[in-house]
Ligand binder design. Structure first.
Ligand code: PNS
Length: 160
């Protein structure tokens, strides 16, 4: 069995993330989508809320396990004996951060291989942060997130 892990903050999950999941699953037997904390970020949603949104948006995608982990990514990988990591790349602005993280993870776990999937053109400019900003002003975000995520964003940001 070839398993891979796709970790992220998913605050909240977008169609860009879903697109990466669907493409990654074509190349692996099982994909663990792991909702984690990035200590440098202030989240709008709790880990449990982010997990619920990821579970909802991926409920129909086969061979996907949605998980959460509060700790170092390499420890999750070691515990599950998974040595394939997936990350999405949009613009060149993502590159420096991804490069740093990739080298750090690889140095902590040398067996690790990291696969970068280029974001699909139609999602290459979107980010969870941008979507939150648009939602904050009640803009239309339906092209980028599921109705479930949209309702959670409106509930949190507009008290609707
Ligand atoms: O969606 P994000 O915020 O870009 O995902 C980053 C994430 C959560 C994958 C990263 O911050 C992470 O791996 N956090 C867990 C703690 C950890 O292992 N940090 C060291 C990374 S080199």
């Amino acid at each position: 069995m070839r398993d891979a892990v796709y970790p992220g903050s998913f605050d909240p999950i977008t169609f860009g993330h879903v697109n990466i999941v669907k493409r990654a699953i074509e190349r692996f037997d099982k994909l663990h989508v792991v909702v984690m904390d990035n200590p440098n970020k202030n989240y709008l949603f709790s880990l449990d809320e982010r997990l619920a949104m990821v579970k909802n948006d991926l409920k129909e995608v086969k061979n996907v396990v949605v998980d959460t982990y509060n700790g170092l990514l390499v420890n999750y990988l070691k515990e599950h004996k998974i040595y394939n990591l997936i990350r999405g790349l949009r613009a060149v602005s993502d590159y420096e951060y991804e490069l740093q993280m990739a080298h750090a993870n690889k140095s902590l776990l040398p067996e690790l291989e990291i696969f970068f999937l280029m974001a699909d053109t139609k999602f290459s400019y979107i980010s969870s942060s941008m979507i939150k900003e648009i939602a904050m002003y009640d803009g239309d975000i339906s092209k980028w997130v599921s109705p479930y995520v949209e309702s959670k964003l409106k509930e949190r940001l507009l008290k609707k």
